[in-house]
Design a protein around this ligand. Structure first.
Ligand code: SF4
Length: 302
C-alpha cells in the first residue's frame, strides 16, 4: 500500500506538561508548585486520578525561533506554528487522560511550553477564546509568557479576553540580556519595561517576571539590585528558576545558596519573589527543557 508521506514540518511533535497540584498557592503560574510533573506528548500519556487542582503547561509552536541561550527548545529552531485546534487539543487530551472535567476542577493553564506564543499570536488568541468559551476554563486561570515581542504585547493589551501576562526577563541589564536572549537586541530592557508599565492590569493583577538564574552569568547580588531598580513601582512579582541544565546548554545550575541570596535582595527591595521548585529535571520536562530526548541527542554537540 502506498502510504502518503507528510512534510517534515507536519510530523513535528510538541510536549505538554501536566503538573498535579500544580500551582500550590499562586494561581495560574505554578510558581509555588511542588509535585513532579507527568510528561505527556500528543501521542502518549498516562491515565490517572482526578486531582482537585492542576496546572497544564502548553506549547504554542513546535520548536522556537527566539533562540534563548539557556533553552533546549531553542536548539530545535522553529519547526512550525501550532494551530488553535492543536493548542486546545493539548488541553483536551491531558484532561481526558486524567479524567478531569475542566469546569469542575481547578485547572490552570500556562503558555510556557515550546515556542513564543506572541510569534503565533492569532492562533494563540483563538485558542484562548476556544478554551474560555468551549472548554470552560476562565481566562483568569491562564498565564502567557513572552520573551518581549513588543508589537504583539500592544495587541495583547487591547484584548477583551486575555490570560495574565508573564515576561521572561532573565537578566537585569542590556549587555547580559542580549547575551542570553538575542531578542533583546531588537527590543531592549528600557522599551520592554516601558511597555510593562503601560500595560493595563486588572484589579489585583500583577505582571510576573520570570528570571532563570544561570550560575555565574546573571545571578550576582549586583544583578539582583539592578532588578529591584528595574521593577520599582511596577505591580509585579518575580519567579526565580534555577537553570535546568541539559545537553547543549553552556550554562550551569547556580548553587542553592546563591538562589536564596538573590531572592533575599529582591524581597528586601520590596519585590515579591518566589522560587519555582524544579520539577521533572530527570525527564527533561522542566522549564526550558521541552524538547524530545531523541531530538536532544540529534541536536546536541558531542
Ligand atoms: S525560552 Fe521560550 S522564547 Fe526562549 S527559546 Fe525557549 S521556548 Fe523560545
Amino acid at each position: 500500500m502506498n502510504v502518503p508521506q507528510l512534510p517534515i514540518a507536519e510530523q513535528a511533535s510538541v510536549e505538554t506538561v501536566w503538573m498535579p497540584e500544580g500551582d500550590g498557592g499562586d494561581e495560574g503560574d505554578s510558581s509555588q508548585a511542588s509535585e513532579a510533573p507527568t510528561p505527556a506528548t500528543v501521542n502518549a500519556g498516562v491515565a490517572g486520578d482526578s486531582p482537585r487542582r492542576a496546572t497544564i503547561c502548553l506549547s504554542s509552536q513546535a520548536g522556537c525561533a527566539v533562540n534563548c541561550a539557556f533553552c533546549m527548545t531553542a536548539l530545535l529552531g522553529l519547526q512550525r506554528n501550532l494551530s488553535a485546534g492543536e493548542i486546545v487539543g493539548q488541553v483536551l487530551l491531558v484532561l481526558a487522560e486524567h479524567g478531569v472535567e475542566a469546569e469542575r476542577e481547578r485547572i490552570n493553564l500556562v503558555f510556557m511550553g515550546q515556542g513564543e506564543p506572541f510569534l503565533n499570536y492569532d492562533n494563540f488568541m483563538q485558542a484562548v477564546r476556544l478554551l474560555v468559551q468551549g472548554v470552560g476554563i476562565a481566562e483568569s486561570r491562564m498565564t502567557v509568557s513572552t520573551s518581549g515581542i513588543l508589537p504583539r504585547l500592544a495587541d495583547f493589551a487591547r484584548e477583551p479576553v486575555r490570560p495574565k501576562l508573564a515576561i521572561s526577563l532573565n537578566c537585569s541589564n542590556d549587555e547580559g540580556r542580549s547575551r542570553v536572549m538575542p531578542i533583546n537586541r531588537k527590543w531592549n530592557l528600557a522599551s520592554l519595561l516601558d511597555a510593562a508599565r503601560k500595560f493595563p492590569l486588572r484589579p489585583r493583577e500583577r505582571i510576573t517576571f520570570e528570571y532563570v538564574l544561570l550560575g555565574g552569568e546573571n545571578d550576582s547580588a549586583g544583578n539582583a539590585r539592578e532588578l529591584v531598580e528595574l521593577l520599582r513601582g511596577l505591580r509585579a512579582k518575580v519567579n526565580l528558576i534555577a537553570l535546568n541544565a541539559g545537553p547543549g546548554i553552556a550554562f550551569c545550575t547556580p548553587a542553592e545558596e546563591q538562589v536564596l541570596a538573590f531572592q533575599r535582595v529582591l524581597v528586601r527591595g520590596g519585590i515579591p519573589a518566589f522560587i519555582r521548585r524544579p520539577r521533572g529535571r530527570d525527564i527533561y520536562a522542566a522549564c526550558g527543557q521541552l524538547k524530545r530526548a531523541s531530538e536532544v541527542e540529534v541536536a546536541s554537540p558531542g
